[in-house]
Ligand binder design. Sequence first.
Ligand SMILES: Nc1ncnc2c1ncn2[C@@H]1O[C@H](COP(=O)(O)OP(=O)(O)OP(=O)(O)O)[C@@H](O)[C@H]1O
Length: 224
Amino acid sequence: MNDIFIRTENVGKVYGTGEAATTALREVSLEIGKGVFACIVGPSGHGKSTLMHLLGGLDRPSSGSVWLGGTELSGLDNNRLAAVRREKIGFVFQFFNLLQNLTARENIETAMMLAGVPERRQTERAMELLALVGLADKANNKPSQLSGGQQQRVAIARALANDPDILLMDEPTGNLDSAAEAEVLAILRDLHRRGTTIVIVTHNDQIARAAEQVIQVKDGRLVS
Ligand SMILES: Nc1ncnc2c1ncn2[C@@H]1O[C@H](COP(=O)(O)OP(=O)(O)OP(=O)(O)O)[C@@H](O)[C@H]1O
């Protein structure tokens, strides 16, 4: 058994109050080991993204606790929570969210600047990350000069800019065709081999089959 890296205990999330309240998660307790490739699956609207947001400290639970590498996130104020996100977590979303006026390399360097990577290291490290996702030759292309799959690979390289302990992804192939999906899956397998902890929300069967741990969410609860 791997060391536990992520742990939730009886996590619940309610959005809104009174008649408008929506319960998105109920009593979710789970553990994800260090270096594990895990995926979160389940029907649309049943709480997958909510769970990912709580694991990554993008939002706070209404009840229960989330631990990341021994730190209980709910015990942190907003500044410290932001520091955990900046230093320990890489995020990838469905719609890439690259800065359109910057090149692939500059997008990654910008993330490094925010993460406090020394300026003299940024370009070299950005090029290493672009090489890791197979795009060293596209470093000077802007997002509009890249395919969807290539843009998502840049987004993955950017998510690695802070050398994160964990990579959290929400439907990273949701906007890609099957060839681009395969490119992204190949990179995930490679990152997993290198020991990165990966948690990915996906509707994609191929990715779910590649994962070691499948977390199934239905009606806001874990299905065992
Ligand atoms: N910010 C919010 N405010 C109010 N309700 C929300 C908010 N975010 C999510 N919800 C509700 O919480 C429930 C779970 O949503 P969530 O996005 O976690 O589902 P999901 O399983 O990721 O869905 P999908 O597969 O469609 O992305 C849904 O009923 C949704 O409408």
